[in-house]
Design a protein around this ligand. Structure first.
Ligand code: ZN
Length: 415
């Protein structure tokens, strides 16, 4: 076990409590949470300055890398004794999703700690916790004079909550990133309400498709054949039948999670000019999340068959078209997995390995063939990312720190 650093933290707004002893890691976490990095206008400037200060305090190297989008990435470094080995990257995103303050019991950027230790703030689960776990575990390891074989990089990226196209996607294409020689990455996961931790070794591939159907027009009182709406209806029926079959498959097999099946949701429909005119064109937008278990080529063929089956004049374009990304191996032959999973086992922690139902920056890392796991050690915690009143309990947070304190050496020394 590590030595607990403690400072006296004065809660100015709660004079009755006087001075409360608080772990420095918790204080750093709350300071970071108070920086409003919510989309669509994240205050990256203040976040970068804060991270630079913390890196200086701990004695980590710190680069501010400017992406071609103009956004910054903070890269903290702790060099290993054998730089010929591949490095370990611990990633987190600086931005958070927007808030609706009226729905919050405490202001979302005050990082209030309740009497039972819940730290309430936007970003407490997604994912400022991870950024601080990495930093604070290293603070402790460094203070004990530890050093490791592999280089360790902590990356703090922008733009994840809006897709990462101006963030991680650009970062991994840079010469700077290639020079880091990353062999393995840890990134965000999800809370788990049970005693188990969730470990994500892959994610679904998003496709956002805009479908356009054109057809014969005429008076709204007539039986016009081959209308745009009839064709749109056919495609909708095919898509919703597929959706139903995937939903049934998920419900019938308790071993499956959302990430194991493919979802389709029709989320926008557009068309028509006035009540009594049959429209010549109808459009809809589908949000499709393809499970890594589905073959992308055969899914594409199925999707195309829905278009041709609806008749002439049906086409689509992709607003977003993710590529298939292989799963990170959870086989004992993967040395990174072995180091990661054996550390958790030795610590007596239970975990399940699964597929992330949505999308994270890990996809850009896995696309390069670099193995990556999504892991936010928050058990006994409801999944509140993007929700009102997002919180993380102080005890769970500190246990997460224990876990990183063990994980970082295991990964940075594994061979
Ligand atoms: Zn996130």
């Amino acid at each position: 076990m590590f030595v607990h650093f403690r400072i006296l933290f004065a809660e100015m707004s709660e004079p009755k409590k006087q001075c409360i002893e608080e772990d420095v890691a918790v204080t750093t976490f709350r300071r970071y949470l108070r920086i409003n990095t919510s989309q669509p206008n994240p205050d990256y400037g203040t976040a970068v300055t804060f991270l630079q200060e913390v890196a200086r305090e701990i004695g980590l190297g710190c680069d501010i890398v400017k992406l071609s989008s103009g956004l910054p990435v903070v890269v903290m470094s702790w060099m290993g004794s054998d730089p010929s080995l591949q490095a370990v990257m611990f990633n987190s995103h600086m931005d958070v999703v927007p808030v609706f303050p009226d729905h919050w019991t405490h202001p979302p950027f005050d990082a209030v700690k309740t009497d039972n230790g819940d730290i309430v703030a936007r970003g407490s689960q997604d994912m400022k916790c991870c950024g601080i776990w990495y930093i604070e575990a290293i603070r402790r390891l460094k203070s004990e004079g530890k050093s490791f074989k592999r280089n360790i990089f902590l990356t703090f990226v922008p733009d994840e909550e809006v897709g990462g196209a101006k963030g991680m996607k650009l970062f991994v294409q840079m010469e700077y990133f290639k020079k880091l020689n990353v062999g393995f990455a840890l990134d965000e996961g999800l809370a788990n309400p049970s005693e188990e931790f969730s470990v994500f070794h892959g994610e679904r591939t998003p496709w956002w498709a805009e479908v356009t159907c054109t057809g014969n027009t005429g008076h709204g009182s007539a039986f016009i054949k081959g209308t745009a709406m009839e064709k749109l209806h056919k495609i909708m029926t095919s898509a919703l039948e597929f959706r139903k079959s995937e939903e049934k498959r998920l419900e019938a097999d308790p071993s499956l999670t959302l990430g194991d099946v493919t979802t389709i949701n029709i989320n926008q429909i557009q068309g028509g000019v006035q009540p009594n005119v049959i429209p010549s064109e109808m459009k809809m937008v589908m949000d499709i999340r393809i499970s890594p278990h589905h073959d992308m080529v055969s899914f594409q063929e199925l999707f195309d068959s829905w278009m041709t089956g609806a008749g002439e004049g049906c086409s689509y374009k992709f607003i977003f078209h993710g590529e298939h990304v292989s799963l990170t191996s959870t086989d004992e032959s993967n040395l990174w997995w072995k180091a990661f999973s054996s550390t958790l086992r030795v610590m007596g922690e239970k975990f399940t390995t699964t597929i992330f139902p949505a999308s994270t920056d890990s996809k850009y890392i896995r696309e390069l063939g670099i193995p990556a796991l999504g892991f936010s050690p928050m058990n006994h915690t409801p999944i509140l990312l993007h929700d009102h009143n997002e919180f993380l309990n102080e005890k769970i947070f500190l246990r997460g720190l224990d876990i990183y304190y063990e994980l970082i050496p295991a990964l940075a020394n594994c061979q």
